[in-house]
Write a protein that binds this ligand. Structure first.
Ligand SMILES: [Zn+2]
Length: 521
């Protein structure tokens, strides 16, 4: 950090402390949302001037790399994370197995080259939980367009040993790429702040599936039966991107070894390389590729695990505040933003709290989830087994359900927090807004009533527990779920501020007179 920046933070801190004193004087000893300004000052100093967040971020990105759920890569990375949680000073650090997740799958090697009519190396990554090619293969390419059951007959007996292009050519939006993704503007934030009253969703009409339409899994089964050499596909995104890594027909109960070994090799290709092959084939030209995929597939079913660690509470130690992020990623990049950044922030928030000697009343628990990318499996299983839900007859509420306060999550990229989503929980507004007050100078000002999804706070929210996702800036170049989620997109200042805010929210939730209120209470 530069001298100039330290000075700027110090000045803004003074401004914040001054305005804070006024706010406290005006508000009096409110039970819901009192700010401990002395602790905020300590957290800010530790998090902004002695930050370790980029060291964590860089270690996970560069040394650990990709961490697909139920892979040897993930298992190695989790060993590191358990050690890191202990080094930070967390206690009760443990890996909690949550479900049989099938056998491990790791990609060890992939190459794809165009050999004819011209030579070029191509950028490609295997689809998770698919087989390898069984050595280096040279194959003629062919276009395949399977939609209806009747289409099968067109191709039956013609695909053996071929490299089949099975998705349509990709439209690349160059305008969007050139424009990039700006940070949130005042107008964006104002729009998010306007209360959104969400009417109950009408029950959707029952859709009768066209029985003639082939499912993704049926198509894969056909390619396997026909003995294709490799399935090539491209799923959108920009130039150089490979997007999406899930095998069609993903299984909740994990991956069977036989299913992987009997699938064809499946490879996702960047749009510009894929489209070139596609156009050549449309010209009627012979297209020859060389491909090799080696995947290491485990021999026995294993359990996926979440990692947790605690800063124990004092007089209210049975009550729990949680912070966290998903530790698992897709497998084609180190996933600096999604969600290495969230994990770095959660670990750094815990480190800050230990470093400043925080002695919370409630227990602060840090969770690094697994199985998020495939469907929030880790956090959902955790909520079921630890808290239960009045909405779930199989997993009714446990004593810990009432003792739970709130969960704070980061998973919308690596951008700075600009606010928080209430998830429709108006009862929590006063508290969450008050705890934001010390971070106005960060530009964190927005409380949005909106409910947002696709990440682990949803597992808490759907059980009726307060679970929140921070409202984050988009940052240019960030490309979660692709091969291009790399460290250079990460803004250190953003992550430092996020860790400070997450630490402060956890601390205030752990110290408040009451637990964070629930919806409708
Ligand atoms: Zn994510």
């Amino acid at each position: 950090m530069t001298i100039a920046r330290v000075t700027r933070f110090t000045i803004s801190l003074l401004l914040v402390l001054t305005s804070a004193a006024l706010i406290i004087a005006a508000a009096g000893p409110s039970a819901s949302g009192t700010v401990d300004w002395a602790m905020v000052a300590k957290i800010r100093e530790e998090g902004l001037q002695h930050s370790r967040v980029m060291d964590l971020e860089s270690y996970m990105t560069d040394v650990l790399g990709a961490r697909l759920t139920m892979s040897r890569d993930m298992q190695r990375a989790q060993q590191w994370a358990l050690g890191e949680m202990a080094r930070i000073g967390l206690v009760n650090v443990v890996a909690e197995p949550f479900m049989n997740y099938g056998v491990t799958w790791d990609n060890e090697y992939v190459s794809l080259h165009l050999l004819a009519p011209d030579y070029t190396p191509m950028t490609a990554y295997p689809i998770a939980h698919t087989n390898g090619t069984g050595g280096r293969v040279v194959a003629e390419a062919a276009l395949v367009d399977l939609q209806l059951r009747a289409d099968l007959e067109k191709y039956r007996g013609t695909l053996r040993g071929k490299a089949v292009l099975v998705t349509p050519p990709v439209r690349i939006n160059l305008d969007a790429m050139a424009a990039g993704t700006p940070r949130l503007t005042e107008a964006d934030l104002a729009a998010l702040e306007r209360t959104v009253i969400v009417p109950p969703r009408p029950t959707p009409p029952r859709v009768v599936r066209n029985a003639e339409l082939l499912s993704a899994a049926e198509k894969v089964a056909f390619y396997t039966a026909e003995g294709v050499a490799v399935v090539l596909q491209s799923d959108g995104g920009g130039v150089g991107y490979v997007w999406g890594f899930s095998r069609p027909g993903a299984r909740e109960d994990g991956w069977a070894r036989d299913g992987m070994l009997t699938s064809p090799a499946m490879v996702a290709v960047t749009p510009e390389h894929y489209n070139r092959m596609y156009r050549l084939l449309q010209r009627g030209m012979a297209v020859r590729v060389e491909v090799e995929v080696r995947n290491r597939i485990g021999a026995k079913v294993e359990q996926a695990a979440n990692l947790v660690g605690e800063i124990p509470g004092s007089d209210l130690k049975d009550e729990v505040v949680m912070i966290g992020a998903h530790f698992d990623t897709w497998h084609a990049s180190p996933n600096s933003s999604d969600n290495t950044s969230g994990v770095a922030v959660a670990l750094e928030a815990a480190r800050i709290l230990k470093a400043v000697g925080a002695k919370p009343r409630r227990t602060i628990r840090v969770a690094l989830w697994s199985g998020e990318e495939q469907g929030l499996f880790g956090s959902r299983a955790y909520v079921r087994s630890h808290f239960g839900s009045p909405r779930d007859s199989l997993y009714p509420p446990k004593p810990a359900y009432e003792k739970f306060s709130a969960y704070f999550n980061q998973d919308y990229g690596a951008g700075q927090y600009r606010g928080i989503y209430l998830q429709g929980n108006e009862a929590a507004r006063t508290m969450l807004a008050a705890w934001m007050e010390p971070f106005r100078d960060f530009g964190m000002t927005t409380v949005s009533n909106q409910s947002v999804g696709s990440t682990d706070h949803v597992s808490f929210d759907e059980a009726g527990l307060p679970g929140f996702q921070f409202l984050q800036d988009h940052i240019p170049g960030s490309a979660g779920h692709t091969n291009l989620d790399y460290l250079e997109t990460i803004n250190a200042n953003d992550l430092m501020k996020n860790a400070v805010v997450m630490a402060s929210y956890a601390y205030h939730a752990a110290m408040a007179d009451t637990r964070v209120p629930r919806k409708g209470r």
